[in-house]
Write a protein that binds this ligand. Structure first.
Ligand code: SF4
Length: 515
């Protein structure tokens, strides 16, 4: 698989289009600007991300061998990716031996079709779901709805998103952008339409909200015949699937219904049980800031008289083999969806998850989405730029994904994809800048003009809007007012004229040097 992928070439961008839900969404800068105007959301996000990252830092600090664990996690994932074809076949063999049925899905359409056929075969028109990024990625809920099948999310945060007709904005806490009173309002307004109504006089007390959700969901758990899940890990050695969660709602889905359909990205494979121990330490500490997650459910096919008797596993590619073909970009497939990179990202904290136009927001979304979906849309072209490149995401990533490096690489690919044809405003501006910097006399003249401009701007320290074509730059950021004194003028003023000659040919007076 990897050899074939390499042969296809590594500069080619993947071909998948932006999915139906996100098609036509504006590029990241427009969405981010809209999000920045939502002060309530910014407050909610800042509070939640700061709380989680403080908890994470504390529990990670308790582990003296944390760096060794990170290294072990990244090496295990790299080994798995290098031998993915073998481990997938081993996983399939062991799953089948344990009584599960394995389906292979090349893309979202194929995976959705398989899942819909399986649900229809059971003669039901509703399913319960445990939170799953893979099913969100393929937009399975929408496909089920189009097929006349209701899919009920049972994770509390996912339930809030679903009842609010919203989209998830965080990997781990999909409703992170909502506060308690907003959630109360959603429950009061929407629960009755989806089943059991919210209790009379529901307040925004967390225990009351949790009780309302429990009562609402219990009815669905007890009547559901089919459940749909994802998996955090799939163990090739035994054919076992593993789901980590906090509420126990997932376990209800995984144990009560008669039929269980799991949609699993092919990069979720781990070679053996012993590898799992590393990730059971890395994931909870990095995601919820807990030493151990409250519920870990593991199942191996179907067990007679215990849990679902009809077990299906849909192994999903949907662009992953294309990412795998890129020897540098493939490290994004190490991701264990812990969300630590989101919680430390200054861009995510302010813009929120919706601005990324994908189920994978934040730093990992900015590298994974354009690799999985391709960069044919303006939205996907903008994602590699949704970062300050501060490197905080790499520092916290439990599997050491070098996100800043991948972002820069993707930016290069986006630019390469635009070469030829008419120059863009940005390209023209860069060419003008190159022409100006190439000759110290031109550079000095530009500095003189900038200094004069700054005098005209009075006491202002930043410029909100420059005239066209520089307006493209100030659409997403302010431009600083140029200093009233150049470096060279400052140097002469503070060191005297004679000091300019002491730095030799590379000094301030050299062509192209600092003036
Ligand atoms: S990229 Fe790393 S930090 Fe971000 S979600 Fe994935 S594993 Fe976690």
């Amino acid at each position: 698989m990897s050899g074939e992928g390499r042969a296809r070439g590594r500069t080619r961008l993947p071909r998948a289009e932006t999915t139906a839900t996100f098609v036509g969404m504006p590029a990241f800068p427009s969405m981010a600007r809209e999000a920045l105007d939502n002060t309530q959301q910014r407050r909610n996000l800042a509070h939640a991300t700061h709380t989680i990252r403080t908890k994470r830092a504390a529990v990670v600090g308790e582990v003296p061998q944390w760096e060794a664990l990170r290294l072990n996690g990244s090496q295990t994932k790299d080994h798995m990716l290098a031998h993915l074809d073998d481990y997938l076949l081993q996983l399939e063999e062991n799953l089948v031996e344990a009584g599960a049925t394995v389906h292979w899905a090349r893309d979202a359409d194929e995976a959705n079709r398989i899942a819909i056929d399986l649900v229809r075969a059971e003669g039901v028109d509703e399913v319960v779901k445990v939170k799953s990024m893979a099913t969100q990625e393929i937009e399975l809920n929408e496909a089920l709805e189009a097929a006349g099948i209701a899919a009920w999310e049972t994770d509390l945060a996912e339930l809030i998103v679903q009842l609010g007709h919203d989209r998830p904005s965080h990997i781990l806490v999909p409703a992170i952008h909502r506060n308690r009173s907003e959630i109360r309002d959603i429950f009061r307004r929407e629960m009755a339409r989806a089943g059991r109504p919210a209790p009379e006089g529901l307040t925004d007390e967390p225990t009351q909200l949790a009780d309302a959700a429990r009562l609402h969901l219990r009815e669905k758990f007890l009547r559901a015949k089919v459940a749909i899940s994802g998996a955090n890990f799939a163990i090739a050695e035994t054919g076992s699937l593993v789901v980590l969660e906090s509420e126990g709602n997932g376990r209800m889905c995984l144990t009560l219904p008669e039929t269980l359909i799991s949609v699993v990205g092919i990069e979720k494979v781990l070679p053996s049980w012993s590898d799992l121990s590393t990730f059971l330490q890395l994931l909870p500490r990095s995601s919820t800031g807990e030493r151990m997650n409250p519920y870990t459910t593991m199942w191996t096919g179907a067990a007679a008289g215990d849990g679902p008797q009809d077990v299906h596993v849909i192994l999903l590619d949907n662009g992953r083999t294309s990412v795998l073909a890129d020897e540098v970009g493939r490290q994004a497939l190490r991701c264990i969806r812990c969300s630590a990179c989101l919680n430390v990202c200054p861009v995510y904290e302010r813009a929120g998850g919706h601005a990324y136009g994908s189920v994978y927001p934040g730093p990992i979304g900015a590298v994974l989405t354009p690799q999985l979906r391709g960069t044919s849309s303006k939205l996907d072209q903008s994602l590699p730029y949704a970062s300050s490149l501060c490197g905080a995401c790499f520092e916290v990533c439990p599997v050491r994904i070098d996100i800043p490096r991948l972002l820069v690489r993707l930016r290069t690919q986006v630019i390469d994809g635009k070469r030829g044809g008419l120059p863009t405003a940005e390209g023209a501006a860069m060419r003008s800048a190159a022409w100006m910097f190439a000759d110290h006399r031109r550079f000095e003249k530009a500095q003189d003009a900038a200094t004069l401009g700054s005098l005209l701007l009075g006491r202002r320290t930043s410029i909100h809007r420059l005239p066209w074509p520089a307006s493209a730059w100030t659409e997403a950021r302010n431009a600083p007012v140029p200093p009233r004194e150049t470096f060279r003028e400052w140097w002469v003023r503070t060191h005297g004229e004679s000091a300019t000659g002491t730095t030799g040919s590379g000094g301030p007076g050299a062509a192209g040097g600092v003036r």
